[in-house]
Design a protein. Structure first.
Lengths: 191, 410
């Protein structure tokens, strides 16, 4: 066996190893996978070790002024708050692939759930209010992106309160009232 | 003698360890007992916040306590209403906000022997239409109406909050049409943003605040010229004015229409077209709509209403609830005119909880002329003749509404 054949076999083995590693990591270690549900393409979930929650997240696109749904699967931790956080992580990670209705520098600092009020509190960093390019429509898109998606996927959540840097603001940029928690308004969703 | 030494002298302290432990327990209990007694005789002051709002056809006076209180209501004349609070030991703090009512003039502290309270005085004689109690937070509400004739004076109204609302209703509320103040003769135009608040900024650096002011001024000129009615501007120069002050100005000036003018912006670059909004309770919650009906119409308090402070607060702050139908109609008329001007598909009027509209005691809409975030529309917004056309279109919608509104009085 000459050297050329040996090198080829070693290269193939390395490629096979790397490919296997990637497949293994992507199937067991990650918390989400998008499924193309609209055009009949579906992906079978093979991970049976962990509970999976199927969620529908509505995103803003250039094609429509209504939010458009995509289905995702996220790991389902026992703690509901952790589930909300996982869900929000997916929202924030996926939104830039569509249109993120908030400034790039926006960070979600903390998430709380107040059980007796059935309310999620989202606390964003100050960059949101400093850099927000809002009109009424922009504010509506930002607020209902979070409110509708959370209330739609988790029936126990009835309303969402938005804070900025731990503080309550009257409005984001002079339009919608932020002092009162928001309830969903699905008129902005393509269902 | 301090409370500490007083307690020790009252308790005969023993010398054994067991007696010492017993004495400490008794001491703690005594502190608790003294605290309880002091609280029960209300050493803490009672704070009452007084708010007033002019609504269509009546004025609402709200006395909100930081805890429940017992009271007696008395009237010495047709112009006043006094509330005497029981068991306050004179420690009563009153905060009043009368800025949203043209009828109520002032609030004074009064004393009547053992009881202290306050007197609300109006600029003219009034009748009490209804009186009820709301809870969480505890509120005593009076709806009053300026007296048209002297025949329906009611004196010495005695109420107490023994858990039942008082149904001392005077004349029943009349129909919607009759409750209206008059035909429309004052319109408030609110050019959005201003000063350091630029509003939305377009990709070509067009500032929303400049566009809204230009359109507002043009609209004012057309309305005054064509209809001969008074137009109040929340701002007529490049200054920053708080949202709540804008609507307070409209309420104080007794405006009968509120037009907030804005320029839209979205992270969707393709977003375009005019949008006209009005406040709707449905935009926040279906239940709150039912609550609105109860709070606005009920003579029997808030029985059966879920304990949800947020919803109640929404309703409480929403003077706009009574004008939803008219606001919707006004929004529809304006949106149709703007659709014709800009040749856009009618997506209908929209609803959202806008802060500037919520407290308006009149039909109120927020008009988003076009999207400054859209390059094509931004270029149009830079054109002064386009802004004149926008003002004319808004006027067309407004004048149609005013014609309909006023014709109900003919």
């Amino acid at each position: 066996m000459n050297k050329k054949v040996i090198y080829t076999l070693i290269s193939l083995a390395v490629i096979f190893f790397i490919t296997s590693l990637i497949i293994y990591l992507s199937s067991s270690g990650t918390f989400k996978r998008a499924i193309e549900d609209k055009k009949g393409k579906t992906e079978t979930v093979t991970d049976s070790e962990k509970d999976i929650e199927k969620v529908k997240i509505f995103f803003l696109t250039e094609r429509s002024y209504l939010f458009t749904p995509r289905v995702y699967e996220i790991e389902k931790p026992e703690d509901r708050l952790e589930l909300y956080k996982s869900f929000l992580s997916v929202m924030l990670e996926e939104a830039p692939k569509f249109i993120a209705p908030y400034p790039e520098e926006t960070k979600l600092q903390s998430v709380f759930y107040i059980a007796d009020k059935q309310m999620i509190v989202l606390d964003f960093n100050e960059e949101l209010i400093i850099r927000f390019k809002g009109g009424s429509r922009g504010e509506i898109e930002f607020i209902y992106f979070f409110v509708n998606n959370l209330c739609y996927n988790f029936p126990e959540v009835k309303k969402v309160k938005i804070l900025v840097a731990g503080n309550e603001y009257k409005t984001l940029s002079g339009h919608l009232d932020l002092e009162t928690p928001f309830r969903p308004n699905y008129k902005y969703f393509r269902r | 003698m301090s409370v500490d030494t007083l307690i020790e002298s009252l308790l005969d302290a023993g010398s054994t360890p067991a007696a010492s432990i017993y004495m400490k327990q008794m001491k703690k209990f005594s502190y608790f007992l003294i605290y309880f007694l002091l609280v029960s005789i209300r050493i803490f002051p009672l704070t009452i916040n007084i708010r007033t709002f002019d609504h269509e056809g009546f004025t609402r006076i709200v006395f909100e306590g930081d805890s429940d209180f017992s009271y007696t209501a008395k009237r010495d004349s047709g112009k006043d209403l006094a509330l005497f609070i029981r068991d306050t030991s004179g420690r009563l703090i009153i905060n009043s906000d009368l800025s949203n009512s043209s009828l109520i003039k002032r609030v004074d502290n009064v004393s009547d022997g053992l009881e202290t309270g306050f007197r609300v005085t109006a600029s003219g004689n009034f009748d009490i239409i209804k009186n009820f109690i709301l809870r969480a937070p505890f509120r005593v509400v009076f709806d009053i109406r300026r007296r048209e004739t002297e025949s329906s004076i009611t004196k010495d109204l005695q109420n107490s909050n023994n858990g039942e609302s008082s149904n001392k209703t005077l004349p029943n509320p009349v129909s919607d049409k009759k409750q209206r103040r008059s035909t429309i003769d004052v319109v408030c135009i609110d050019p959005g943003h201003g000063g350091s608040d630029l509003g939305a900024v377009g990709p070509g650096n067009t500032n929303e605040k400049d566009i809204t002011l230009k359109v507002g001024k043009k609209l004012k000129m057309i309305i005054e010229r064509e209809l001969g009615i008074r137009v109040v501007m929340t701002r007529d120069s490049d200054v920053e004015i708080a949202l709540d002050s804008r609507v307070a100005k409209a309420n104080n000036q007794n405006a009968q229409l509120f037009l907030s003018i804005h320029v839209n912006s979205s992270y969707r670059k393709s977003a375009r077209g005019p949008e006209t909004y009005f406040v709707s309770l449905k935009a926040t919650d279906k239940i709150s709509s039912q609550l609105a009906m109860k709070e606005n119409n009920s003579f029997n308090g808030m029985d059966g209403i879920p304990e949800d402070d947020d919803l109640k607060m929404i309703l409480w702050s929403m003077a706009q609830t009574e004008f939803i139908r008219e606001s919707s109609k006004l929004a529809d008329y304006i949106q149709n005119e703007l659709n014709i001007l800009m040749n856009t598909k009618n997506r209908g009027v929209k609803q959202a909880p806008f802060r500037v509209l919520m407290r308006a005691s009149m039909p109120a809409v927020l008009i988003e002329i076009a999207f400054v975030s859209n390059k094509y529309e931004e270029s149009k917004l830079k054109n002064d003749s386009f802004l004149s056309e926008v003002a004319q279109s808004i006027y067309n919608g407004v004048s149609k509404f005013i014609y309909d509104y006023n014709s109900t009085f003919k």
